[in-house]
Design a binder for this molecule. Structure first.
Ligand SMILES: [Zn+2]
Length: 314
């Protein structure tokens, strides 16, 4: 993989349902760079589209499969480590703890295994992870690791719950992968997806500018409409959908994020306030030249969606 590049490829149809019917969600967004292991990967200028068939939001172009595979091989799992569980993880864990002891749980894209590591005494906890360093760490933490390639073949185990936390948005073909995973689920198994909420008000102002799509490896964004599509396509019933903030943030952090966001949108919309008072304030008026929206992570921009298998449809 050469330095300072990243091969970008157009996404000709919806990653969720293959429909080519879409509506635009806003203007083209500027490209950006992400550094991993000393190499800069380039996301080219892009649009975010909304699929008219299934409601999924998706970015086009994106990095190619090969470049993304390089990225996942190089990136340190420490990037996603935290000393505590995030709010969405706490919700997922509360769902999993409703399962009877001994239940089999698969964390797909488990990274270092931090989510399930504290459940290993009461449940059979399995993980699958493409990054080999993270997979080793998950194994040390007690998860029984399954090679990602083995999930397309016959496994002797049937899972009572399959969990994807901060993973759905990385999937090139989410429905295809979920279908593959649910082949290994018991009849009334839970499917728990924690991911970005494409219906969030802050996102809908211009999804391509929203911080979620300015993250290199985030290819698509879930919506309530897409949740209904998934349930129908996979023969699952919806057990609930919780919208929430991903992070625990202090009041001060929230105020700072809100102020940056407020000022950006005032200038972008060329409001009276922006043209008068805000333009006179030395530090504030710097926002006039911002070419993209500031990171804004303090809203209910995540969702935990819980589905359950229906025995008569599986
Ligand atoms: Zn679609």
């Amino acid at each position: 993989m050469p330095d300072s590049v990243g091969e970008n490829v157009a996404v000709p149809s919806c990653p969720g349902c293959d429909s080519a019917e879409f509506k635009s969600t806003g203007p083209e967004a500027p490209g950006f760079f992400t550094e991993v292991a000393g190499r800069k990967l380039h996301q080219a200028r892009y649009f975010v589209r909304e699929c008219l068939n299934c409601g999924l939001l998706y970015r086009t172009p994106t990095l190619s499969d090969d470049t993304l595979a390089d990225y996942y091989a190089l990136v340190s799992f420490q990037k996603w480590e935290a000393s505590h569980y995030h709010p969405i993880e706490r919700v997922v864990l509360s769902v999993l703890k409703s399962l009877p002891p001994g239940s089999r749980i698969l964390d797909y894209g488990c990274s270092s295994g931090r989510l399930l590591s504290n459940l290993c005494h009461d449940y059979e906890c399995y993980g699958s992870e493409v990054n080999s360093v993270a997979a080793r760490e998950a194994s040390i933490r007690g998860l029984r690791m399954i090679e990602p390639g083995d999930l397309g073949s016959t496994l002797s185990v049937k899972f009572d719950a399959i969990v994807l936390v901060d993973v759905f948005e990385h999937l090139r073909k989410p429905l295809v992968r979920l279908r593959q995973l649910m082949q290994h689920a018991s009849a009334a198994a839970l499917l728990v997806i924690a991911t970005g909420n494409g219906d969030a008000t802050a996102c809908r102002r211009d999804p391509a500018q929203f911080w979620y799509f300015r993250t290199l490896e985030h290819l698509c964004m879930f919506t309530e409409r897409h949740a209904r599509h998934l349930a129908a396509a996979l023969g699952l019933s919806s057990e609930g959908l919780t919208k929430m903030c991903h992070y625990d943030l202090s009041a001060r952090e929230k105020v700072v994020l809100w102020l940056h966001d407020f000022v950006y949108w005032q200038f972008r919309r060329r409001t009276f306030l922006a043209r008068t008072l805000l333009s006179l304030l030395p530090k504030i008026r710097r926002a006039r030249i911002w070419t993209s929206a500031p990171t804004y992570t303090c809203t209910r921009d995540h969702v935990v969606a819980v589905f359950r298998g229906q025995e008569d449809q599986r």
